[in-house]
Design a protein around this ligand. Structure first.
Ligand code: BDR
Ligand code: CA
Length: 309
């Protein structure tokens, strides 16, 4: 299995991504999960991660709280999408498993220093990884790959007309990652907007008839209401699980190896991923930018893996 650290800000779609990872030990070994500030505060996301680990029956998972604000900007949150807790929907019990004392940024540094071939998976603003790279540049060449949900090209923005939420919240962190020189794989809105939680897909999860199936379906019911109301779609884009699905079954996705730069200066286009999809610049490619997904295959994988928990 690939050794991974998941950096995440649950978020209902983050919750599903964590479940998918914890259900797939033959493909991914979760060394630890670090909480990012994003959809809600880090106090809430670090609680939510533990709720999900306990639901998965993996209370031994190491969970760390990371930075409580972006690099050099105030935090922007998204309760309007995810609800007050970040994972509104089903009834939840408070977690009893511990939060580790070490800060998530230091956990990333220490782990990458001492473990070969770690893949970093970011499902929220990339503050923790950005800070780790800033504080300990020696770890950068040791990272195997960074697989991230963020950005957009044809789909442009979901938080502003120009920017996707995760990149918008901490563009400086995103810039550090995109300039790191390490292999980067991006799951932008162009992919995730093709991975909609249609009624059939949610029914397949609900029909698992397990606690995990019921909780996941209830999270998706809540999560969907925002997109259904605002965009009139058939469901919501299940963003973050695409990152984990890629590590399990990369051939579900198609993309291009291109240059991607992050806009950090302009107020108008802050957090835009300037993605050279058509190769019209002479800037060197730095990221595998995905554009397409086999959505049926993705949801089949998800239901099959969740059924194990
Ligand atoms: C991203 O923003 C969050 O609201 C989701 O969890 C996802 O990571 C989509 O723009
Ligand atoms: Ca997220």
């Amino acid at each position: 299995p690939r050794k991974i650290i998941i950096d995440t800000d649950p978020g209902q779609d983050d919750a599903v991504a964590i479940l998918l990872a914890l259900a797939s030990p033959e493909d991914v070994e979760v060394l630890g999960i670090t909480a990012a500030a994003g959809n809600v505060t880090v106090a809430k996301t670090s609680r939510n991660i533990r709720i999900v680990c306990e639901l998965a029956g993996k209370p031994e998972t190491k969970v760390y709280a990371g930075s409580d604000h972006p690099i050099g900007r105030p935090l922007v949150t998204a309760e309007h999408v995810h609800g007050d807790t970040g994972i509104d929907g089903p009834e939840m019990v408070e977690p009893t498993m511990p939060l580790q004392e070490q800060n998530g940024v230091d956990f990333i540094i220490e782990t990458v220093r001492n473990t070969d071939d770690v893949t970093l998976c970011t499902l929220g603003p990339m503050t923790n990884v950005g800070l780790a790279f800033q504080k300990a540049p020696d770890i950068i060449p040791r990272v195997r790959e960074i697989v991230l949900m963020g950005g957009a090209y044809f789909e442009v923005g979901n938080y502003t007309p120009a920017a996707e939420f995760n990149i918008y919240v901490d563009p400086e962190a995103a810039e550090i990652v995109f300039k790191s020189g390490r292999p980067i794989t991006v799951m932008p809105l162009d992919v995730t907007h093709k991975a909609l939680t249609t009624p059939e897909h949610v029914a397949a999860i609900r029909n698992l008839g397990t606690k995990v199936g019921d909780m996941t379906a209830a999270w998706l019911d809540f999560f969907e209401r925002f997109d259904k109301d605002k965009y009139g779609t058939d469901g919501a884009p299940l963003h973050d699980p695409c990152v984990i699905a890629y590590l399990i079954k990369p051939d579900l996705f198609k993309g291009r190896f291109i240059n991607v730069e992050i806009e950090t200066q302009s107020d108008l286009t802050r957090g835009m991923t300037v993605a050279d999809w058509w190769g019209v610049s002479d800037r060197a490619p730095n990221a595998m930018f995905m554009g397409d997904i086999d959505a049926d295959g993705f949801y089949r994988l998800l239901a099959e893996r969740l059924a194990r928990l």
